[in-house]
Design a protein around this ligand. Structure first.
Ligand SMILES: O=C(CO)[C@H](O)[C@H](O)COP(=O)(O)O
Length: 322
């Protein structure tokens, strides 16, 4: 029989709230705390901890990166030797080592846990990437077992402190690049008009194709809601993980052109007009007298490239035939 646990869960937004439900469904006792009183099971963070009367006391923190340290510092004042804090948010992995050290000075054990699954995790389970000491992982394994998908995959004890969030960061970098590739392919299909329906073409790739995937399924779901995405603005935010992936790659001199390109494409999406392209237009005018467009002129879509004459072929040199 599965071991059932008690746990505090701080942060009951889209992810934390669903995780609470999944854990309760599995039989665990979860006391949730959120600054939104309508979601919360306890009046305050200290009141949540007071309700945890099992050994060890375990608290899962599911808040934005910038709020993690203030929450953990508050928890550290109440928790003690052998208790466990898990940071399950998308936190920067470089914070985990110092955080674990600070907590271990008080005997509190720390795990970092990357969580993937989005709003679907409540039914399908969450992929978990955990960093920290083996003995701490073992203490809370029943919680991980209930959150993960039921099959063989979906859980890794990735390494020591920071490894869980590092793994999740790379996961998200990959997510950026995959989404960018689907998005670019979709735009090309839509613009070219050579296929009757970009949506039908995407849909056909969902089985048998080399590029079938859950993200492709979700792309088709989005096209079912809005056939040409006319209701959306081409504007994409980011919450930091893509930047950290590129930062890590820079530090290690690992080439990540796909991920970096996808990150920069999001930055481009936030510009109404490109200052860099103004400069390119200005320099083309300076050196070649090329035409420019006035700032108030309408933007022409999909200009074909300027046709070029074929460059003359170099004369064949004797002895170079293959
Ligand atoms: O972790 C996630 C998915 O795996 C989150 O949805 C995350 O917000 C995605 O990153 P970004 O907001 O930068 O697109």
């Amino acid at each position: 029989m599965e071991t059932l646990m008690w746990m505090g869960l701080v942060g009951l937004g889209r992810m934390g709230g669903n995780m609470r439900d999944r854990l309760r469904e599995a039989g665990h006792t979860i006391i949730g705390y959120d600054t939104d009183a309508a979601l919360s099971d306890a009046e305050s963070l200290p009141a949540m901890v007071e309700q945890l009367d099992t050994e060890p006391r375990v608290v899962w923190v599911m808040v934005p990166d910038t709020a993690v340290d203030p929450v953990i510092d508050q928890l550290a004042g109440q928790l003690g030797a052998g208790d466990v804090i898990i940071d399950g948010g998308n936190s920067k992995w470089t914070h985990d080592g110092p955080r674990a050290q600070r907590l271990s000075d008080r005997g509190i054990e720390y795990l970092d846990c990357g969580v993937s699954g989005g709003v679907w995790g409540i039914t399908q389970g969450y992929a978990l990437m955990v960093g920290g000491r083996e003995k701490t992982v073992a203490k809370v394994q029943p919680i991980f077992d209930s959150l993960k998908p039921p099959g063989e995959y979906g859980f890794v004890h990735a390494g020591d402190h920071g490894a869980g969030h590092f793994a999740k960061m790379v996961h998200n970098g990959i997510e950026y690049a995959i989404m960018q590739a689907y998005a670019e392919g979709w735009e090309l299909l839509e613009t070219a008009g050579h296929v009757t329906s970009a949506r039908e073409t995407f849909n056909s790739w969902r089985e048998g194709s080399v590029i079938r995937s859950w993200l492709l399924d979700l792309a088709v779901d989005a096209l079912d809601e809005d056939a040409h995405l006319d209701r959306l603005r081409g504007f994409a935010e980011d919450s930091g993980e893509g930047r950290w992936t590129v930062e890590a790659a820079l530090d290690l001199a690992v080439p990540v052109p796909g991920i970096a390109g996808a990150l920069f494409a999001r930055f481009t999406s936030r510009q109404d007009d490109s200052p860099a392209m103004k400069m390119i237009a200005a320099m083309r005018r300076q050196f070649g007298g090329h035409a420019v467009r006035d700032a108030s002129a309408p933007v022409p879509r999909n200009l074909p490239g300027t046709p070029r004459a074929e460059p003359p072929r170099p004369a064949r040199q004797p002895g170079t035939d293959r």
